[in-house]
Each structure stands twice: as C-alpha cells, then as structure tokens.
Design a protein around this ligand. Structure first.
Ligand SMILES: C[C@H](O)CC(=O)C(=O)O
Ligand SMILES: [Mn+2]
Length: 335
C-alpha cells in the first residue's frame, strides 16, 4: 500500500471562503477533529498566509498569534504548518509562528519566481523547520519551466516541492505532465494542491498521485479560494478505494464536514464566476475582489476575471483588478 501524506488547508485556504473570518475557537474545534481523524498536517492562518491580514487582502477575524495559539493547543499528533508568500509574509513573521510550535512552512512563489523564496527556505532549514516549496499558478508554465523552478527550490534545501493549480485551470494531462516530469527528476517528494474551478480537483489529485505525487492537499467541505480545493472527505474516500494509505479516518472526516457546513458563509460551489477563474486561468483569490469591483463599476465579474487571465496577472497584483474594472466600465460607456 502506497502511503500518501495529507496536508489539510481548511484553516488557511478555506479562510478565503469565509472572508478570513473563522474565530480561533472555530479553528481549534476543526483542528482538534482533524487531529483525531489522523490527518498528517494542518495549515493555519489568513488565506494569503503569514502577514496576509491587511487592507490589501482583507483583515482576518483574529491575529495570527491568536489562531496559532488556539490551534497548537488543540493538536496532539498532527503537525502545524503555515504558508508564507515572500513579500506578504516575512522571516520575522515566521519566527513568531515558530514560537507556537509551527513545524512546517510552505514558501509560496509564482511558478516562475522560485528564487524569491530562497532566503525563506534557507532560513526555515537553518531554524530546524520542514520547508516546502510551493509553486503557485503552475498551469501558467510548461512542464520544463516548472521543473527548472522545482529544482531551484530543491537546491535551496526544500524537503518537498508542491505543484499548485491555484486557478483550478489544469486538465488531468496537464497535471500528469508536470508531476510526472518533476517527480522523475527530483530527489525530494512532490506534492499537489488542487482547486476545483473546472470540477476536477479530486480527479486531478488522484492523477497527481498516479503520476508520482507523495503529498496532497484537501480541505473539509472543499472550502477554499475560487471554487475551493480538493474536498478532503471525498479525496480520502477515493484514496481508500484506490488502495492508498493516508492514515486518515473517513467517517471522522465525514462527521467533521457536517460541523463545518454550519460555519460556511455560502455553499462551496462552482458558480459562473469561479468557473470563469478556471476557464481563464486567473488567480483563485481574485474572485471576491472581482465581484466587489464588478458591483462598484457596473461591469461583469467574469469579464474582469477573463481579462486578468489574458494579462497573466499573478497573486500580489490585486490592484490590477480595479484597473481592469475601470477600463471595462469605460469601454462599456463609450459603446
Ligand atoms: C495565497 C494562495 O491562496 C496560495 C494557494 O493556496 C494557491 O495558490 O492555490
Ligand atoms: Mn490554494
């Protein structure tokens, strides 16, 4: 039986779906049950990682330290992880997180910018943390480029390298090509993080495992940016049926999903806007910002997202959303 590591991101990527408003008590409840269910690692914090709580990305309900304290006290075996996007989070933020027992940091960069994470990976390794390189928007680069960037992360000391389908834009053959090549050429384990904008998150995650991924992400009820992530309960059921060992208890996760349903701000569906994200290959966390800009400037959110995809906009360029909305509004009024 092949063992697959599960990283749950309900309390980080799932924060996008609740406008970063989980309370520390809710996080502690969810984390405690993920721990009981035998999930290997939980990632915690603002949806945009350390330092994300801001005017730019939206304020979270509580501080990072409050979340980390609450979750670390609820965990017994499950490892505690954070995500850090260089430029949003800093080494100093990571030092604070380490005081709360964080064992793993995922250093996330755009797929062509792994070098932006060199300092953070090296700092994490020097500090005794597990460091995971996380290549966002991997659909935007061909497999050879993804390999080049994954090798950079490996050369900085990353223990695992993740291929991330941030926009939920990949088809199974895109996943197979990237994961297959990178897992053949690297010595460290390869991970995959899916989004469900085209309805393919669980299927793509299975494809990633078949192509060589040893670590995969899920979130309870599929909570996450855009159309959400790979739904953890469904993923575990699929992996059980496929003969993989994840260490996670399916029924305990099913029970937890009923509690998380009650905390959701809206159903996690593939609606026309989030489908447009996958279709356009635009950044998942642009969804809520695009909706707001669409309402403010009287344009269609799907048009904003399609244009952002065309311009190959990346995370951190949220200001472009307003620019695009204004341009679309002007074009509309001049017709
Ligand atoms: C900051 C993003 O939400 C990171 C992520 O989960 C992704 O790119 O996908
Ligand atoms: Mn994500």
């Amino acid at each position: 039986m092949k063992s697959i590591r599960i990283i749950d991101s309900t309390l980080r990527d799932g924060m996008h779906a609740v406008s970063h408003q989980f309370t520390p008590e809710q996080m502690a409840m969810i984390a405690g049950k993920l721990d009981e269910a035998g999930v290997d690692t939980v990632e915690v914090g603002h949806g945009d990682g350390l330092g994300g709580s801001s005017f730019q990305y939206g304020f979270s309900k509580a501080t990072e330290e409050q979340y980390l304290k609450a979750v670390s006290e609820a965990l017994t075996k499950t490892k505690l992880a954070v995500l850090l996007i260089p430029g949003i989070g800093t080494v100093e933020d990571l030092e604070v997180a380490m005081e709360y027992g964080v064992k793993t940091v995922r250093v996330a960069t755009h797929v062509t910018e792994a070098d932006a994470g060199e300092q953070h990976i090296k700092f994490a390794k020097k500090s005794g943390l597990e460091a995971i390189g996380f290549l966002m928007m991997s659909h935007m680069a061909p497999p050879e480029k993804v390999l080049e960037q994954a090798k950079l992360f490996e050369s900085y000391g990353a223990d695992t390298v993740y291929i991330t389908d941030s926009a939920g834009a990949m088809l199974p053959h895109d996943v197979r090509a990237r994961i297959g090549l990178v897992s053949k050429e690297l010595s460290v384990p390869i991970g995959f993080h899916a989004h469900n904008n085209l309805g393919l998150a669980v299927g793509n995650t299975l494809t990633a495992i078949e192509a060589g991924a040893a670590s995969v992400d899920g979130t309870v009820c599929g909570l996450g940016a855009g159309s959400g992530n790979s739904q953890l309960e469904a993923l575990i059921a699929v992996l059980n049926k496929g003969g993989y060992n994840t260490g996670a208890d399916l029924y305990k996760l099913m029970d937890l999903s009923k509690e998380v349903e009650g905390l959701m701000h809206r159903p996690q569906t593939i609606n026309s806007d989030s489908l447009a994200i996958g279709y356009a290959g635009a950044y998942g966390s642009f969804l809520l910002h695009s909706r707001r800009a669409a309402e403010k400037f009287g344009v269609d959110a799907r048009e904003i997202l399609l244009e952002l995809g065309r311009r190959k906009t990346v995370g951190g360029q949220e200001d472009m959303i307003i620019d695009v909305a204004i341009e679309l509004a002007k074009a509309k009024s001049s017709k």
